[in-house]
Design a protein around this ligand. Structure first.
Ligand code: ATP
Length: 252
């Protein structure tokens, strides 16, 4: 694809799409990932491609939850690696979290390519690629059962960007605190997580990192209160209302 004109009304969206296509060519992303991105784009369009007030509230709760976590893990798939490799590494540093590759359409080759890509962007360790440490979540009935004993299996909090519903529900069942980043407020993932940031991951991750820095001197009591005061269901309902209002405005 040629250079995207900055004057194009969808310039940013096209640039993001281009990053995903590059990730596809590099063997990080599968065709199904391109389709999932399309679904995300549609919801982003309905959000006006901006971070809503509701997303900001969820980001605050997510940042507090990560600061409170003792063994946080960031789960990474091909789309996440292609779109935000630098930010994943920065978030892992800010949260003192481990990074684990976890694929819906798993293959050892792609797992290794994603791990290499993340290491190229500054992390030393990527879990989820060494069979020696692999264990299973029996609540998941697909390939995605596999998790790393040193990572998600032992985690108290897991960040699941662009995740599928089965795994999110299973992570909840086995007692993890789950932070989802998903543009679809109706997805099972969005509804099952403790905190769902309904925003594009390219906007959400830098904001979570920034908010963690801002909250880093808060007391544990204040952080706990921030998490306790956040209600995911109410926030999702408010997001949905915002989308409807925005759509009605477009229809006028
Ligand atoms: P579920 O199984 O949770 O009901 P799903 O079947 O839609 O949801 P997938 O297709 O596995 O789940 O996951 C893709 C999800 O990621 C979609 O909900 C999509 O809206 C979201 N998504 C795609 N691209 C992005 C992005 N750049 N930022 C945030 N979310 C995204």
């Amino acid at each position: 694809m040629g250079k995207i004109s900055p004057r194009h009304p969808r310039a940013e969206s096209l640039r993001i799409r281009e990053r995903l296509v590059e990730g596809f060519k590099a063997g990080l992303v599968v065709p199904e990932g391109l389709a999932a991105h399309g679904r995300g784009e549609a919801f982003d369009y309905i959000l006006g491609e901006r971070t809503t007030k509701q997303a900001e509230r969820a980001i605050e709760a997510a940042a507090a939850m990560l600061l409170l976590a003792e063994r946080p893990v960031i789960s990474v798939n091909g789309n996440v690696a292609a779109l935000v490799p630098v930010e994943v590494v920065q978030l892992a540093k800010a949260a003192n979290a481990k990074i684990e590759v976890n694929l819906f359409h798993g293959s050892a080759k792609r797992e290794a390519a994603i791990a290499r890509w993340l290491k190229k962007h500054g992390t030393r360790e990527v879990l989820g690629t060494d069979r020696k440490f692999s264990t299973r979540i029996k609540e998941v009935h697909s390939d995605r059962r596999k998790v790393d004993r040193r990572g998600i299996a032992a985690a108290d909090a897991v960040v699941v960007p662009l995740e599928d519903g089965d795994r999110t529900e299973a992570l909840k069942k086995i007692g993890k605190h789950v932070i989802a980043i998903d543009l679809n407020p109706m997805s099972r993932t969005a509804r099952a997580a403790d905190v769902t940031v309904v925003d594009n991951i390219v906007r959400a991750l830098p904001l979570i990192i920034k908010t963690m820095k801002r909250l880093s001197h808060s007391t544990q009591t204040t952080l706990r209160e921030t998490v306790r005061n956040f209600d995911n269901k109410t926030n999702l309902a408010a997001t949905f209302k915002f989308m409807l209002k925005w759509l009605r405005g477009l229809g006028k």
